[in-house]
Design a protein around this ligand. Structure first.
Ligand code: HEM
Ligand SMILES: *[C@@H]1O[C@H](CO)[C@@H](O)[C@H](O)[C@H]1NC(C)=O
Ligand SMILES: *[C@@H]1O[C@H](CO)[C@@H](O)[C@H](O)[C@H]1NC(C)=O
Length: 425
């Protein structure tokens, strides 16, 4: 297989993370190679260009990939009750509604890793990082809430359990989300907004939501929030890493897989079910916290988990199409006043903004910034966090950054406000 496109050249080193045996098998099979070359050609310079690097041969195994939520499976949908925690993540809300996570919405690191790897095929590396990060910054060090601060009796006898991902603005939760509002524009960061979902559907032609349509939608959401939210903030970790995940996860984790669509097909009705939307294009209604896994749904191929290198390749392909995605900064307290900050100023010159689109720089920078985030609780977990981040940065062969100087971020009222409210540091 030849990786000819410019975009792919940027991520080619990541292909090394893929088992050489699989790539060899594709090279040796003329039929698979022809098919792969054809799709790759079609996808050159596109948001989904990484697919063929990380999924070189189309694979589908109905038995392995089927997720049984039918009667008797133990994973039937049960709507959340008034004391169940639900929040900004439709994937985790759906898992809790189907008993893949505890129904109360407070789960341990192990439970998050098991659910995300088994139900949607998240890579163990990505699942491990996301789960540990939640526990350290928004939980009690071992478990965390998928919504807001747990009430009495939820999650166990501990007095403090953190504020959950709904309470993690600028730490985990970001601006310009697909179908959630910006906290400082609307007053909440977790309710599903039907009009934003409608916009995604409108921007997705031919009955299908794709990585291309999601990336174009992200660009519109990004511009809309700069235009409307005086507090818009595109943070080094939340803007550069979490925001793209909120978009790519929609296709990579929610699409249905089949023999005909081994890379995934995401119809309007499948994405609506996952997002808890009832109705049809033009008349969607958001049913809060009622996200569901669709009936008769098949996850991604077991051999192709969505790993950190795969995700970073998607992130860079999106940034190649829309370089603004890597602009760290925010509005200056007025609508449409976006000012960017040079990454060199935050990293003592080790990485500058022009270099963020190269290799693993964006990831290296963002993950090391995340290492400085303040936990909700006074936990002595620095080692846990440092280890979780160290695993990722060594996997990505990151240059060693000294402590990141984030004082310049205080010029952005959207960041400053979250520090004053005690959310970030
Ligand atoms: C342990 C694993 C996970 C963690 C820690 C996590 C965390 C989060 C957080 C903090 C947000 C808010 C980001 C924002 O402000 O935009 C979010 C949003 C989102 N997550 Fe997850 N998530 C996880 C797994 C998943 C899975 C498995 C899926 C898909 C099945 C998923 C799909 C999404 C989507 C689509 C959004 C954007 C929602 C919207 O804007 O309406 N996540 N997640
Ligand atoms: C997934 O694809 C299979 C095979 O085409 C189909 O039978 C099933 O109904 C699809 N599931 C969804 C949720 O669309
Ligand atoms: C970088 O830092 C210098 C010196 O502190 C400052 O003059 C300059 O405005 C900063 N540039 C950016 C883009 O933040």
């Amino acid at each position: 297989m030849k990786y000819t496109s410019q975009v792919l050249l940027g991520v080619a080193p990541l292909a090394a993370a893929f088992p050489a045996s699989v790539i060899q098998a594709v090279k040796n099979n003329p039929q698979l190679k022809a098919r792969a070359d054809h799709i790759l050609q079609e996808r050159q310079g596109s948001a989904s260009a990484a697919t063929l690097i990380f999924e070189p041969a189309p694979l589908f195994d109905a038995e392995q990939q089927y997720i049984d939520i039918g009667p008797g499976s133990g994973h039937e949908y049960v709507a959340p009750g008034p004391n169940d925690l639900r929040g900004p993540c439709p994937g985790l809300n759906a898992f809790a509604n189907h008993g893949f996570l505890p129904h109360n919405g407070y789960a341990t690191i192990t439970q998050f890793i098991d659910a995300t790897t088994q139900v949607v095929g998240m890579g163990v590396d990505l699942a491990g990082f996301l789960a540990v990060f939640g526990a350290v910054i928004d939980g009690d060090g071992t478990a965390w809430s998928i919504g807001g601060t747990p009430g009495p009796g939820v999650g166990g006898p501990l007095a403090g359990q953190g504020n959950g991902i709904s309470g993690s603005h600028n730490k985990y939760e970001s601006d310009a989300s697909p179908c959630r509002p910006d906290l400082y524009e609307t007053g909440n960061d977790y309710e599903a907004v039907a009009s934003q979902f409608e916009q995604l559907i409108n921007m997705s032609p031919n009955g299908e939501v794709t990585l291309e349509s999601l990336t174009a939608f992200r660009s519109v959401r990004f511009d809309t929030q700069i235009k409307n939210n005086p507090y818009f903030f595109n943070g080094p970790f939340t803007g550069v890493q979490v925001q793209p995940a909120a978009y790519t996860f929609i296709y990579r984790f929610m699409a249905n897989h089949s023999e005909d669509h081994p890379y995934g097909y995401l119809s309007y009705s499948t994405v609506a079910t996952w997002f808890g939307m009832t109705g049809q294009p033009g008349s969607y209604v958001a049913q809060q916290g009622q996200e569901k896994i669709p009936d008769n749904w098949y996850k991604r191929a077991n051999a192709y988990p969505y790993t950190i290198p795969y995700f970073e390749a998607d992130l860079l392909n999106a940034a190649a199409l829309y370089p603004k995605f890597l602009n760290i900064g925010g509005n200056l307290g007025k609508k449409d006043s976006f000012a960017g900050i040079n990454a060199a100023n935050l990293t003592g010159g080790v990485i500058n903004s022009g270099d963020l689109a190269k290799g693993n720089n964006a990831a290296c920078f963002a993950f090391q910034f995340a290492a400085q985030v303040k936990p909700d609780l006074a936990l002595n977990l620095l080692t846990t966090l440092t280890n979780a981040i160290g695993k990722v940065t060594s996997q990505l062969a990151c240059p060693q950054l000294q402590a990141i100087d984030d004082s310049q971020l205080m010029q952005f009222p959207g960041y400053k406000r979250s520090t004053q409210e005690g959310i970030t540091k």
